[in-house]
Design a protein around this ligand. Sequence first.
Ligand SMILES: [Zn+2]
Length: 348
Amino acid sequence: MGTPQFVSRSFTCAQGREFTVSYCRIQGSRPGPAVALIAGQHGMEHIGPVLLKQIVAELTGADFAGSVSICACANPLALELDYEFYPENEDLSVLNDYFYSRFRHDYCPYGMERAKGPNYYNMNRLWNRDTIHGVAGEITHWLWDEMIEGADLTVDFHSLQADKPLIYNWHEESVALAGCFGAHAIYHVAAADEFNQGNLGFQAGTQGGQAFCVEFSRQHEYRDEYALGTQGIHNVMAALGMTTRDIVLEHPTYEVISSTPTEATAIGHIRYLKHEYDPVSEGEPVFQILSLESFDVLQQGVAAHDGIVGRRTPKPISRIGESVLSVLKVQIIQQAGQYPQKGLTHAQ
Ligand SMILES: [Zn+2]
């Protein structure tokens, strides 16, 4: 039966505030793989932290092989602010007049937009580094030693702004396991430079284990995606042979090979004809642009090639030249269905 051990450590910020980070290691009833689950690195991404506390309760007393280490709130002070990072050396009162808008998603009131270059307050760029950057770096250093190094699988839970959850993956070896999780699409991410190589998903996958990142679909709020997250954790534990549960997939899972944006040629309301990850054929209508001045349909957007529908713009009104949605070329990783864990290796 799973037995939990709770571990906490105190940290002190540059401006003196003290706080605690906690993780829990649940030891199964027999030897087996080590899994690390982590959430709450980015302070506006709240579903993962709540989900992982529920997983601690579920796995306590459950029958499984191996161990599961869970850090639900890696960055408590950023979560408290509902802000991406904890700006420990900056004037926190700047955030009193800042309100997030998805229409300027990349705006940073401290002038540290991602496009402007490395920001070492971003906890998810601070993994497995020789140099410790601030209190966020002290936390990643500690958690790396305690639960990530040596893990057979690391799953890092985040959120973005999309219609449906997706997976980011850095290492080809992790694709099959990521496909068992149950999010529709697995997007490959290149850790293009030294800064981005500080990502947990990249680093955890370079030390012999597998790793990927689950992105739930809402920042700064909750959308009820707990069932998918819970099933996903049970699925990957089954795939690793830690339990005898079946792997349950509500829909196929896909590896994204390429993405083709479909641009607006007119200004108007966007009417979507497909949901994210619906299959489409070349030439099939995927959206319409509806005139604001008449009842005319100004544009019929069609799929550039066979594939599935990818992410859509968050904007209700199209702008000429801006992408409305992408059509993805994909390969299927797992078909929908219920699989006994033994023998499942790749697409059935
Ligand atoms: Zn994130």
